[in-house]
Design a protein around this ligand. Sequence first.
Ligand code: NCD
Length: 326
Amino acid sequence: MTGEKKIAPFRGSFFGKDVISVEQFTDRKEIEDLFKIATKMKRSVEGRKERDDLKGFCIAELFYQPSTRTFTSFLAAAQRLGATYIIPLQEMTNTSVAKGESLPDTIRTIEETTAADLIVLRHPEDDSAEKAAAAARVPIISAGSGKREHPTQAILDLYTLKENFHELAGLKVTMVGDLKNGRTIKSFSKLLALVSRKVKLSFVSPKSLRAPAELIDYLQEKKIEVEETDSLEEILPQTDVLYVTRIQKEWFASEEEYQKVKGSYVINAELMRKAKKKMIVMHPLPRNDEIDTNFDSDPRAAYFKQMRNGLYTRMALLAAVLRKTA
Ligand code: NCD
């Protein structure tokens, strides 16, 4: 039963596909199509319109790592699309996982016991979504796979960016924080590379938390201009999009190692005086101390809008994967 299913490129359609990596996008038109659906979903939500796209469908959520935004927005997205059955499992440690059941077995189990039409999975292993997709007969959507990918976050990030900047060419996008362990910057920068060759990427991190060489190589192969530095002050004044990330404590070997880099970059109202007036600050959240709350009321703070866009884009994706015409 396992190992047969390949991760398919979208090639113009999401219908019936797994969503595991932003590398499945083959053309920017696919993302534009998805954004059109997302905007339709936004109108439905804002107009309190009841939808029945997923009437009769069952969606299961399996989260092996903590989550607030991704979990609740998928749950709300399924409800808002009128899914009849929703199986939200946020505490997988309380399941037979505690008895040593493997991920493929758990996936097969959930498929059988719930008759789910789609499974949303968050898991600490890099290749978990691939493994789950190989075991499952229904589509798997990754809600975060280890340190490698977070495709739906990248989709909502790009949607937010495009709401603010209609033209991506020439934009300087600066990713700051834990670029080694964070999965969001990996998916987001690869997706940016797909939609525009002319985006300029700056990676700002402590030396020990630099983005993996494979990511830099991937971007350079796609002819994207990439620079790496540890100085935010140098880059900030030219930045159009500042994408801030949390230092990912859970991946550190010791508290001591974490303390060495904790608080490396803190965005606050004072620092942001050095930034452009027309730029945005994004963050996948949750935050620790890397964005001071004194910046939250600044019109350039886009991280609250990102969260709402997560609802619209996840609605769009669920509908597009499960219905031929979303
Ligand atoms: C991120 C994640 O889980 O990768 N959170 C999210 O989904 N918005 C970022 C993080 O945990 O720092």
